[in-house]
Design a protein around this ligand. Structure first.
Ligand code: HEM
Length: 474
């Protein structure tokens, strides 16, 4: 777990600096050529998603390994493939200058490229290696969940929902909430990886032999099936941390109920079908799937909002809640997830999407739930572990300073994207039209405050990690 977590956090830290460098360039505080901006944007996007995925994978592997031990060799091989993939992606950008964005949308990597041909191939092979590692991880996780809870029927809680009394009378244990996160990650993850690998191999073949034709709409569907689902699953992996750790601080239990099981069935379906909202602008896409995209996007919001976020609030309400660095991050992460989710829903509404499509509204909503949601769940999990191991919790002053930086600075950074998006400033522009640069300037101040908070958080984590264990429970 720590290999995954530490690698993920290291990549995250580097990518934060790349993110700041981009925002400052858009604010005209620093100057470099647009080619470098797009190369950095490619690195930042792919690096951040993989960083959070690594953190989620490590933690989820640890949680499920306690349910039923898994083979460490397989976990290490998945890790090695992903690290190799990350190295290849870094090489494709530095020194390769590949800049077709982390979504590598066909035919972008091949048309009007300002980078050498080898950089395109290295990037594609790098992503394929990450997908391979991810596939091994998902297959292992699926094996763990199915064998522990008695096949798909048991893992999905079928009898708990439809034969409730008989299930309770049988005395069989129901899968804990985190096991649903593992099941859905594994199933949707394998589905997404299959789509991603299919288009990835096609692109690699096209790179080797450009005469092999690819249908752009086919490629876009598969690319977003993979990209959207993979990015989404970083949230669903990290939510397992909240299911396991938050109840310890609230001194209550988070039980699996029939409602929770049904909610996760919904998530299983909607996460795999919501990606169609990325293709609203593609007029040749069959009309029916545009409706599926909108409906699935809306329905995808219900399980997290009603079961996990509302459930988390109820868990804390009138409990003997202990506020520590860990519980603060996890609770704030639920709020970030909710706010970002609302921003995403607004954008997924077809008449609104006509205006907001490819504006800075998009980075606004996904940074909200990735930066102020998933990242905070990961921090919460790391601090939960440190607090349990040392029996020490951070001072109120440290929590305030870290919180002001991460939530306060983060809010300013995010607000910049929302305001600019609402003013129709396009996304992915090295040189933004007005009022983009002026907004980027004050948003950069937010990013600097956020980074200051992250540094306080890092120093505190290192301090706790170096504290001798008092073998107490926080
Ligand atoms: C200090 C924190 C961060 C800063 C300053 C930052 C900055 C940026 C900037 C300036 C962009 C380009 C937006 C545009 O103009 O279209 C961007 C894109 C992106 N960021 Fe971040 N970011 C941060 C954290 C994160 C985190 C935590 C994630 C989590 C996964 C993330 C994922 C992405 C992704 C996926 C893109 C899209 C790249 C693309 O459009 O191809 N960022 N970020």
């Amino acid at each position: 777990m720590w290999a995954y977590l530490v690698t993920g956090i290291a990549v995250f830290a580097l990518m934060v600096l790349v993110g700041l460098a981009m925002r400052m360039e858009q604010a005209h505080w620093v100057t470099y050529d647009p080619g470098s901006f797009y190369a950095m944007m490619t690195l930042h996007g792919s690096g951040m998603i993989v960083a959070l995925a690594l953190c989620g994978m490590g933690g989820l592997w640890f949680i499920m390994d306690r349910e039923r031990p898994m083979d460490q060799g397989l976990a290490w091989s998945a890790y090695a493939l992903i690290v190799l993939g990350v190295v290849a992606v870094i090489l494709s950008v530095f020194p390769g200058h590949f800049g077709a964005a982390w979504t590598f949308l066909f035919p972008l990597p091949f048309v009007g490229a300002t980078w050498p041909n080898w950089a395109t191939g290295t990037f594609l092979i790098g992503v394929a290696l990450v997908m391979l590692g991810w596939t091994i991880f998902c297959a292992q996780l699926l094996g763990c969940v199915l064998s522990k809870y008695g096949g798909l029927r048991g893992a999905m809680g079928w009898d708990l929902v439809f034969h409730h009394d008989a299930f309770v009378a049988s005395g069989r244990p129901e899968p804990p909430p985190a096991a649903f996160a593992a099941l859905i990650t594994a199933v949707d993850g394998l589905f997404a990886a299959a789509g991603g690998m299919l288009v990835g191999v096609a692109l690699i073949i096209h790179w080797l032999d450009p005469s092999v034709a690819i249908d752009p709409l086919w490629a876009k569907n598969l690319t977003y099936l993979f990209g959207h689902t993979f990015a989404n699953l970083t949230i669903y992996m990290a939510i397992a941390f909240v299911y396991v750790a938050l109840p310890r601080y609230a001194q209550r239990e988070w039980h699996t109920s029939a409602v929770l099981a049904i909610a996760w069935w919904g998530t299983l379906l909607f996460v795999a079908t919501a990606y169609f909202h990325h293709l609203y602008m593609d007029f040749v896409q069959p009309r029916g799937v545009q409706y599926i995209g909108e409906v699935a996007s809306y329905l995808a919001a219900f399980p997290p909002a009603v079961v996990t976020i509302f459930g988390g609030a109820l868990l804390i309400y009138r409990s003997r809640m202990r506020w520590t660095m860990s519980s603060m991050f996890m609770y704030a992460g639920l709020i970030g997830w909710l706010i970002g989710g609302v921003g995403a829903l607004i954008d997924a509404t077809i008449p609104v999407n006509v205006s907001l499509h490819n504006t800075l509204w998009v980075p606004a909503h996904f940074h909200t739930y990735l930066l102020e949601g998933v990242t905070l769940f990961v921090f919460g999990w790391i601090f939960a572990d440190l607090e349990v191991r040392t029996g020490v919790v951070s001072s109120l002053a440290t929590r305030w300073i870290a919180g002001l930086g991460i939530f306060g600075g983060g809010a300013v950074l995010l607000l910049g994207w929302y305001v600019a998006g609402a003013a129709s400033v396009p996304r992915r522009y090295a040189e933004e039209p007005a009022p983009g640069p002026a907004i980027a300037a004050w948003a950069s101040v937010g990013a600097i405050l956020l980074i200051a908070g992250l540094i306080v958080c890092l120093i505190e984590a290192v301090r706790l990690a170096r504290t001798r264990s008092a073998a107490a429970t926080p």
